[in-house]
Design a protein around this ligand. Structure first.
Ligand SMILES: [Mn+2]
Length: 362
C-alpha cells in the first residue's frame, strides 16, 4: 500500500515537472515562474479594522503583512500587483458614530454602541463594511483578484458582499478556513463580538435574524450549500445548531486528521462548485493554523492546521482556477513577542503566496 502511494506521488511529481519547466531546475526557475504568473492581476486592500472584537492591535495586521515584503515578492514573480491602500473608517460619513468617534476604544462597553440584538459596535462594523464592499467591487471591476488583509474577521461581511454583488450573474461560493465558524447572530452570540458573526450575515436562511443598516446592508447572497468550512475546532452551541439544522458542510480538525487535508479540500470544492464554474471566495482566518505556526492572533485554539496543511488548502483552491477574492484576517502583531508577531505575519504571507502563485514559490 505504502509503495503504491509513493509511486503515485512520484508520478504526480513527474507530471508536474513535465508540465511546468519552472520547477525543473533552479537556474531557470525564477524566469519560469515569472512567465507562469504573467497574466495574474492582483489588487491588495488593507482593512485595518478592529471593532469586531475587543483586543487592540489587530488593526495593524495589514501593515505587518505588508512589512514582510509580499508585494515586492509577488512583483518579482511576475504578478501584476497593485496596492489599493487601506480602507479607513470615514468619520465624516459615519453618521451614527460621528459625534462619538473619538470615544471609540477597543474596550468600550457603552450600550450606546450595541445593535438591536446586543451586537457590539453594530453601526460602526456595518458602516465600515459597506465602504469595504464597494472598494472590493472596484478592485474586481479592474479585473484583479482581490486580496484583503485584516483586521478582524468582521471585515468578511464587506469582502464577501462586495464579491457576491459584483458577480450577480454568477453564484459566488465561499470556503471558510477558520478555527471558528463565525456563524453567530446577535441573539446567539455569547459575546456580542461581531467578528464571530460575519458568515451568518451572508446566509439567506439566517438573514431575517439579523438587524441591518437602514438601507438594507448587508444583503445576504449565499444558500446553505454555498459555504463550506475547514479547520473548525471551537464552535459555539448556537453555531453548531445552525450548522446541523442548515446542513452546512464543515470539516473540523478531526476530519482533517481522518481524511487528510487534500481530500477535505477536494470535497469542499466539489460541494461548492460541482462543475467548477463558480467564482470562489476564500476567507482565511490565521487562527485556522495551529498557534505554533501563528501565535499572534486574538483567539488562538491549539490543535490546528500545520503550515503545510494550510498551504494545501489554498493551493488546491487556487488550482481550481476560479478564485476571485481572498481574505487573510486576525493577524495581531501586538500579541506575543516581536518574534511571534513577525512569525505570524510571515505565515500570513506564505498563505497568501500559496493562494496566488501556488507551491512553486515556496
Ligand atoms: Mn474567524
Amino acid at each position: 500500500m505504502a509503495v503504491r502511494v509513493l509511486c503515485s506521488r512520484q508520478a504526480l511529481r513527474l507530471c508536474s515537472v513535465l508540465a511546468s519547466p519552472s520547477t525543473s531546475s533552479s537556474s531557470s526557475s525564477s524566469l519560469g515562474l515569472q512567465q507562469s504568473n504573467r497574466g495574474l492581476r492582483v489588487g491588495f486592500l488593507g482593512a485595518p479594522f478592529n471593532k469586531g472584537q475587543r483586543r487592540a492591535g489587530v488593526s495593524e495586521g495589514p501593515q505587518a503583512v505588508k512589512d514582510t515584503g509580499i508585494i515586492t515578492t509577488l512583483h518579482d514573480l511576475g504578478v501584476d500587483v497593485r496596492d489599493y491602500g487601506d480602507v479607513e473608517l470615514d468619520n465624516n460619513n459615519n453618521n451614527h458614530n460621528n459625534n462619538h468617534s473619538k470615544q471609540l476604544t477597543d474596550d468600550v462597553s457603552d450600550s450606546l454602541y450595541l445593535g438591536p440584538n446586543g451586537e457590539r459596535h453594530f453601526q460602526t462594523v456595518l458602516t465600515y463594511n459597506q465602504r469595504l464592499s464597494s472598494k472590493v467591487g472596484e478592485v474586481l471591476k479592474d479585473g484583479r483578484l482581490c486580496v484583503t488583509v485584516g483586521g478582524d474577521h468582521s471585515i468578511a461581511i464587506g469582502t464577501i458582499h462586495g464579491h457576491a454583488h459584483s458577480n450577480p450573474e454568477h453564484q459566488v461560493v465561499v470556503l471558510w478556513v477558520d478555527a471558528h465558524a463565525d456563524l453567530n447572530t446577535g441573539t446567539s452570540s455569547p459575546s456580542g463580538n461581531m467578528h464571530g458573526m460575519p458568515a451568518a450575515f451572508h446566509i439567506t436562511n439566517l438573514s431575517s435574524r439579523h438587524a441591518k443598516l437602514q438601507d438594507g446592508f448587508p444583503q445576504a447572497s449565499l444558500a446553505t450549500t454555498h459555504l463550506a468550512y475547514i479547520g473548525l475546532r471551537d464552535v459555539d452551541k448556537g453555531e453548531r445548531a445552525f450548522l446541523d439544522q442548515l446542513g452546512i458542510v464543515n470539516y473540523g480538525m478531526r476530519e482533517v486528521d481522518r481524511l487528510g487535508v487534500r481530500e477535505v479540500v477536494a470535497r469542499c470544492l466539489d460541494h461548492l462548485s460541482p462543475s467548477n464554474t463558480r467564482p470562489l471566495h476564500v476567507s482565511f482566518d490565521i487562527d485556522a493554523l495551529d498557534p505554533l505556526e501563528a501565535p499572534s492572533t486574538g483567539t488562538p485554539v491549539r490543535g490546528g492546521l500545520t503550515m503545510r496543511e494550510g498551504l494545501v488548502v489554498v493551493e488546491e483552491a487556487r488550482a481550481g482556477g476560479h478564485m476571485g477574492a481572498l481574505d487573510l484576517v486576525e493577524v495581531n502583531p501586538h500579541l506575543g513577542t516581536p518574534t511571534d508577531a513577525a512569525y505570524t505575519a510571515h505565515a500570513a504571507k506564505e498563505i497568501i503566496m500559496g493562494a496566488l502563485v501556488g507551491g512553486d514559490s515556496q
